[in-house]
Design a protein around this ligand. Structure first.
Ligand code: UT7
Length: 329
């Protein structure tokens, strides 16, 4: 089996920025509440003419350019998303069209905010098996389209964006993913959901009137789950790879709330300098948080080739995933 290498990364955040001060004019909130309770200061919001595949396209072009791979040579496109342009076709197929790809296998992965790592895990298997050589993997979401701007408890949390990784299977390549664990707690399906618009509750006057096309979340329970699962997964990952926490150079957590990240970091006694943060600027961009955060640290020259990194996510499902990787760029 040939190694699966990371060859390029891409990022896109829409131009429009919504600050906490802007939110003070939308809902009954304050910059002080949002900052102290979540760590978020601003978020980027997609233009009304943009759909998720448009954000994905920008990030993909950059990643493919860096990898020096022609879209026509892509054999696999996997997009982690919870905000596809429409119920079908998938963002991956719409993206393949926009990129001018040939005939890749293309599909979306619905795992809430865990979508990117779930997608990475699926793509890795196709590359490892030798079935495909070049894959494009994304986390991309315009999750703000589904945020209820009359609900201060959820609307302030979210932003839009996309992050893309290009992976190849090549004899001389350096193995990127050293270990990966994913799962779901199926007893948490009612903790974070978008109730209507699917086969259970198709759109109707009633579903619109009852505001069922927006995200519903039990914030406190998701919070508790997130802190606990982060601690459990990191411990399991370290143990099964026979490494110490001090051996890890970077922790790329899902960017949902600074207090979740700090809660997990405190329990594990992580050094703050190793914990990557981007939610202050971008908020929770759903499945895009981890690739966007990593890109930002890479762009600023913070990551060194060979660094050991942990990526960890959780989301609707309740899903979760953790990966141990060696940074190659
Ligand atoms: O990607 C995964 C998706 N989601 C998450 O990870 C979210 C996880 N949960 C959280 O981040 C937190 O639970 C929230 C940020 C959503 C809420 O923070 P909290 O500390 O759990 O606040 P709370 O829900 O207990 O609310 C405390 C108070 C309430 O007022 P009362 O009832 O005590 O008078 C809320 O109405 O804060 C109020 N509140 C706000 N006040 C000002 C809630 N949202 C706001 C707001 N501005 N935006």
């Amino acid at each position: 089996m040939s190694p699966v290498a990371l060859k390029g990364i891409g990022f896109y955040a829409p131009e429009k920025i919504l600050t906490n001060a802007d939110f003070e004019k939308i809902v009954d909130t304050t910059d002080e509440w949002i900052t102290t309770r979540t760590g978020i200061k601003s978020r980027h919001i997609a233009h009304p003419t943009q759909a998720t595949s448009d954000l994905a396209l920008e990030a993909s072009r950059e990643a493919l350019k860096q990898a020096n791979i022609d879209p026509k040579d892509l054999e696999l496109i996997v997009v982690g998303t919870s905000s596809s342009d429409m119920l079908f076709p998938s963002v991956a197929c719409l993206l393949a069209e926009k990129l001018g790809a040939a005939t890749p296998m293309a599909f979306d992965v619905a795992a809430g905010c865990s979508g990117f790592l779930y997608s990475l895990s699926v793509a890795e298997q196709f590359l490892k098996s030798g079935m495909y050589k070049n894959a494009l993997v994304l986390g991309a979401d315009i999750i703000t389209r589904f945020a209820d701007y009359s609900d201060r408890a959820t609307s302030v949390l979210f932003g839009d964006g996309a992050g893309a990784f290009v992976l190849t299977n090549e004899e001389q390549g350096e193995e990127f993913i050293l270990d990966l664990i994913s799962g779901c707690d199926p007893y948490g399906t009612d903790k974070l959901l978008l109730p209507a618009g699917g086969s259970k509750l198709p759109a109707s006057h009633d579903t619109v009137e009852q505001r069922l096309h927006f995200i519903e979340m039990n914030g406190k329970e998701v919070f508790r789950f997130a802190v606990k699962i982060s601690e459990t997964l990191i411990k399991e990952l370290l143990e099964r790879n026979h490494i110490e926490i001090e051996d890890i150079d970077w922790f790329a957590f899902h960017q949902a709330n600074i207090r979740i990240i700090e809660g997990a970091a405190d329990r594990l006694k992580l050094s703050k300098e190793k914990v990557m943060i981007s939610l202050d600027e971008y908020g929770n961009t759903s499945s895009a948080t981890v690739p966007m955060t990593i890109y930002e640290y890479w762009r600023k020259g913070r990551l060194k080739k060979g660094d050991l990194m942990v990526m960890i996510v959780f989301g609707a499902g309740l899903t979760y995933s953790i990966a141990l990787v060696r940074w190659p760029l």
